[in-house]
Design a protein around this ligand. Structure first.
Ligand code: ATP
Ligand code: MG
Length: 400
């Protein structure tokens, strides 16, 4: 599928003509060397990335690594020194002012850490800010702002003033302002950076919840790896203006591209990152339409297992134990009569930590997708094994 946002070979050099600096970079010089030689600052160097429609693309990195420069290039606030950046089919690095205005008004909204709420305006007026210059009538502005406030759970607070709200609520007003323009893309630059950790966690969960219905394309900046892992469909890790690695949370934590990324991920609790699918085994279900109790027994004997899942019309229908299958066979009953539906199921995306409470039952955990299809099974011993491995690693780290 065509990406919603596509950055290709992007550079940003601050301070004067960029060609010399880019040549020096290509010749292998570092950011510091270039600063010493030319007085120019390398903001972003040779960055390429793709953001799919509807995903949360997290850009993570230390202070000064180029995150803000990158998002400002996406909405055209900063012009790249080289490279292109496409939003749908428009190259915002090189388009007419008219096209750029159109992108900013209709496609992209930005939410900041210091979201600059006006203290003397009400919450509703703050949320509506920016709609007027788009030439929207007062009644429509009010409607849009109210709808956006409702989305963020502040529908009843439109008449309040910002200082009457908590930090988390104020941040939601900032988000509502972003949503009020009904953008296709939300750019969020450290939006939760100023919140204390517990509220920050809540806001992350709320954003994920909201995103389930909104399905916006979101570029989210943070320098907190836990936040990145919690939110990111895809995560790009930046260092000194380059993207050191792009991948899913599992890819970043499971196979860090270099020592820099590895250093970030060292203290991460893997059971919070790895999904059930990562330790799943392929399912070998029986089919109600074609298999009987005797086939079930044979299958279990062959595989050395004592229970097997059964599907019906592609969907998971239940599980049959060896004992139930042999009783049904003896009594001349159908496989259907031997099924039980009393077994654990989970989604392939659920985290290992969430599987732990399910791993205590006698049956394996069935992973089913939203259509009810069996995508794999997880053996309880694999859950315990994985969690135990991590504890060992933790202990070794503590010793070291
Ligand atoms: N307007 C500017 N003029 C000169 N240098 C700049 C400018 N904006 C950014 N820089 C430099 O570019 C580099 C990247 O800055 P940027 O603001 O993109 O980093 P960041 O990752 O967003 O950092 P932070 O986490 O502190 O917000 C830094 O070295 C910074 O000093
Ligand atoms: Mg920044």
């Amino acid at each position: 599928m065509k990406p919603k946002i596509y950055g290709n070979g992007l550079y940003k050099i601050f301070g004067g003509d960029a060609t010399t600096a880019i040549d020096l970079l290509k010749a292998g010089q570092s950011k510091d060397e270039i600063y010493a030689a030319t007085g120019q600052t390398v903001g972003v160097r040779d960055v390429s990335f793709k953001v799919a429609e509807g995903e949360i693309f997290v850009v993570m990195g230390l202070s000064g690594s180029g995150k803000s420069t990158l998002v400002r290039m996406i909405n055209g606030l900063i012009k790249p020194s080289a490279g292109e950046i496409l939003i749908d089919d428009v190259n915002v690095a090189d388009c007419s002012d008219e096209q750029l205005r159109n992108v900013r008004r209709n496609k992209v909204a930005m939410v900041f850490q210091h979201f600059a709420l006006f203290p003397h305006k009400t919450v509703a007026e703050n949320a509506a800010f920016g709609l007027k210059i788009r030439g929207m009538k007062a009644s429509e502005r009010r409607e849009r702002a109210q709808a956006a406030l409702e989305q963020v759970g502040l529908g009843a607070r439109g008449d309040s003033y910002p200082d009457e709200l908590s930090g988390g609520m104020q941040q939601r007003v900032g988000l509502a302002r972003g949503l009020a323009s009904e953008p296709e893309i939300l750019l969020m630059d450290e939006p939760f950076g100023a919140l204390d950790p517990l509220i920050r966690n809540d806001m992350q969960q709320e954003l994920l919840e909201l995103q389930r219905t909104l399905k916006k394309t979101i570029v989210f900046i943070t320098h907190d790896l836990n936040e990145a892992l919690a939110l990111g469909t895809t995560i790009a890790i930046m260092r000194d203006g380059v993207i050191a690695q792009t991948g899913t949370a599992e890819e970043i934590v499971g196979s860090p591209a270099d020592d820099y990324v590895a250093a970030f991920t060292r203290d991460i609790d893997r059971s919070q990152v790895f999904a059930a699918a990562s330790i799943a085994r392929p399912a070998t279900p029986l089919d109600l339409a074609t298999d009987n109790a005797e086939v079930a027994m044979t299958r279990m004997e062959e595989l050395g297992i004592d229970a097997v899942h059964v599907v019906d019309d592609g969907k998971l229908a239940g599980i049959v134990s060896y004992r139930a299958a042999s009783a049904a066979h003896r009594d001349g009953l159908d496989l259907k009569d031997a099924l039980t539906d009393d077994f654990p199921t989970a989604s392939p995306e659920s985290l290992l930590n969430d599987l732990y409470p399910l791993a205590g039952t006698e049956y394996p955990i069935a992973l089913t997708d939203e259509k009810g299809q069996l995508t794999g099974i997880v053996h309880p011993q694999d859950v315990f094994q994985q969690l135990a491995n991590e504890e060992e690693e933790e202990e070794e780290k503590e010793k070291a």
